[in-house]
Design a protein around this ligand. Structure first.
Ligand SMILES: *Cc1c(COP(=O)(O)O)cnc(C)c1O
Length: 376
């Protein structure tokens, strides 16, 4: 296959009025971080998730930083974080001066294991950050119970869970505060962008002040607290507002793609399919499988094989406690995350993916298995 035919692992779907809305920003001269699309996008997103307040910001990492700052997380505190996540989750904790404390994963959902949280709680623990990994919701009731018992805040890093639901409630509306990312590979995108969602007026006000240099909302150029410039532009918000018009379609298509993969891969020995728990509606941000020993070819070798067939894939994230930058952090008994991370692979998952392409991808996976040992 030549380069042009490569199936990417992700790509945006600008299928609404994004272009018209961006042109409106250009034609009206509202291209910076004021302008009508900011509020339109925030209100629409808050309504979709089901929290009172949505505060836009520059990306999903700054959204996490703002959420943690609003909760007064700082130096000397500890924050529980799943070790199997994108680095942004841990980095945002580190930016506050608090220490991330890494916890192991569940073997089936690959999410933070509620049964392993309490072991890691100390008098310094202030919050639990949950990550709905690859779109599958965490087991929130168990996590909320632990948080209540120990008086901890719960932050949902819902960057990968736009459109996912837990027991009928949208991910991002279950914890105390939640964050989203609109990076180009996320379920909806603004190019770069993020959002903090919260149901509490005081916290929402704090987040707004913090993202705008800490300026007192009643007194221009008066600064009571250390703030940041983490604002989103009107142009980005216009794209996001356009994306919201098609949000249901974008999520449903991902679920359809996942159902194709499931039916085409279910009988392949050595391939573990993603679960969807009875409590969960996954938005399948990334359709992900585990390549077991029985498959006869390692995960990395399969990835190279698929790449030669014009199929782009991604390995699972490395567990954070194995990263040089977090090596000194406290981390015990994280063997499930380590095992899952070595075997996991993300397959192409995006709106424009056609049934025929999913058949091609799964045929190539079956072929790799049949030709095991053949690695030119
Ligand atoms: C994408 C992502 C983020 C943050 O993304 P940005 O690139 O900063 O927008 C945070 N957490 C998780 C789990 C993510 O997947």
């Amino acid at each position: 296959m030549d380069k042009k035919q490569t199936i990417p692992v992700a790509q945006p779907a600008l299928i609404g009025r994004e272009k018209d809305l961006v042109l409106d920003c250009l034609e009206t001269n509202w291209i910076s971080s004021n302008g009508r699309y900011i509020k339109l996008f925030e209100d629409r997103f808050a309504e979709y998730i089901g929290f009172d307040h949505a505060v836009s910001c520059s990306n999903g990492t700054t959204a996490l930083h703002l959420a943690l700052l609003a909760l007064d997380i700082s130096v000397g505190d500890e924050v529980i974080v799943p070790t199997l996540t994108f680095v942004a989750t841990a980095n945002a904790v580190a930016y506050t001066g608090a220490a991330p404390v890494f916890v192991d994963s569940e073997p089936d959902t690959w999410n933070l294991d509620p049964g392993k949280i309490e072991n890691s709680i100390t008098p310094k623990t202030k919050a639990i950050v949950v990550v709905h990994l690859y779109g599958h919701p965490c087991d929130m009731d168990d996590i909320l119970k632990i948080a209540r018992k120990h008086k901890l805040h719960v932050v949902e890093d819902a960057a990968e869970a736009i459109g996912s639901a837990y027991k009928g409630r949208m991910c991002g509306s279950i914890g105390d505060i939640s964050t989203f990312s609109f990076y180009g590979n996320k379920t909806i995108t603004t190019g770069e962008g993020g959002m903090v969602l919260v149901n509490n007026d005081r916290l929402a006000g704090r987040v707004r002040i913090l993202k705008g240099q800490g300026m007192n909302p009643d007194r221009r150029y008066w600064f009571d607290t250390l703030g940041y410039n983490y604002r989103m532009t009107n142009v980005q918000a216009a794209i996001g507002y356009g994306q919201m018009e098609k949000i249901d379609l974008l999520v449903e298509k991902r679920r359809l793609v996942a159902s194709w993969y499931n039916s085409l891969l279910e009988s392949v020995p050595g391939v573990t399919l993603p679960v969807e728990k009875s409590y969960a509606r996954s938005s399948y941000w990334m359709y992900s499988i585990l390549i077991e020993e029985e498959f006869g070819m390692t995960r990395d070798r399969l990835m190279r094989f698929l790449y030669r067939k014009g199929i782009e894939t991604r390995p699972f994230f490395y567990p954070m406690h194995t990263m040089p930058v977090y090596r000194d952090c406290d981390a015990k008994h994280l063997s499930t995350a380590v095992a899952v991370a070595e075997k996991g692979i993300n397959l192409p998952t995006y709106y424009d993916l056609r049934r025929g392409q999913v058949e091609y991808i799964t045929d190539c996976i079956k072929k790799a298995r049949d030709e095991k040992g053949f690695d030119p």
